[in-house]
Ligand binder design. Structure first.
Ligand code: SF4
Length: 132
C-alpha cells in the first residue's frame, strides 16, 4: 500500500497553485511527487506541524520548525478555520470540493497575503483554475 502523504493545512491551498517552482530542485521535485501521490491515492493526512513538503525544504530546521514558523502557523490557522480541519486522514476529492465551495478571492487574500509566492503572483490564477 502506498504512503498517505502528510500535509500541513496551508499546503492544501498551495498544492493547487503549484506550477513546478520552489526553493530548489529537491524541494520542487518532492512537492511535485507529493501532489501526484495525493491525487493518485485520493487520500491525505492533515497534520498541524511540518509535513511531507516541508521535509525537503531548505527552510526547515533540524528541530522541525520552519524559518518562518510564526508566519506559516498563521497561514495554517486561517486554513484550519476556512476548512474546519482536524488532524486526520481526508478523502482528497471531498476536501477539494470543500475548498472549491469556501475559497473566494477575498479569503485567499486573507490566508495568503503574507506569503512571498502569493505576493509575486505565482499561484493565484492557478489555484482557481485548478479548482474549476
Ligand atoms: S517554507 Fe516552511 S512551511 Fe513552507 S515548505 Fe518550507 S519549511 Fe514548510
Amino acid at each position: 500500500m502506498s504512503t498517505i502523504e502528510k500535509l500541513r493545512p496551508h499546503h492544501i491551498v498551495c498544492m493547487h497553485g503549484f506550477i513546478g517552482e520552489g526553493y530548489d530542485h529537491i524541494f520542487t521535485e518532492n512537492m511535485g511527487n507529493t501532489i501526484k501521490n495525493i491525487l493518485s491515492n485520493n487520500l491525505l493526512e492533515v497534520v498541524f506541524h511540518w509535513d511531507n513538503i516541508c521535509s525537503k525544504c531548505p527552510n526547515l530546521n533540524n528541530k522541525g520548525f520552519c524559518k518562518s514558523e510564526k508566519k506559516v502557523r498563521s497561514l495554517d490557522q486561517k486554513t484550519i478555520e476556512l476548512l474546519e480541519l482536524k488532524e486526520q486522514i481526508y478523502n482528497y476529492n471531498e476536501l477539494k470540493e470543500t475548498l472549491k465551495r469556501e475559497l473566494t478571492l477575498e479569503k485567499l487574500e486573507y490566508i495568503c497575503s503574507e506569503c512571498s509566492w502569493y505576493q509575486e503572483g505565482i499561484c493565484k490564477k492557478t489555484i482557481f483554475t485548478n479548482l474549476l
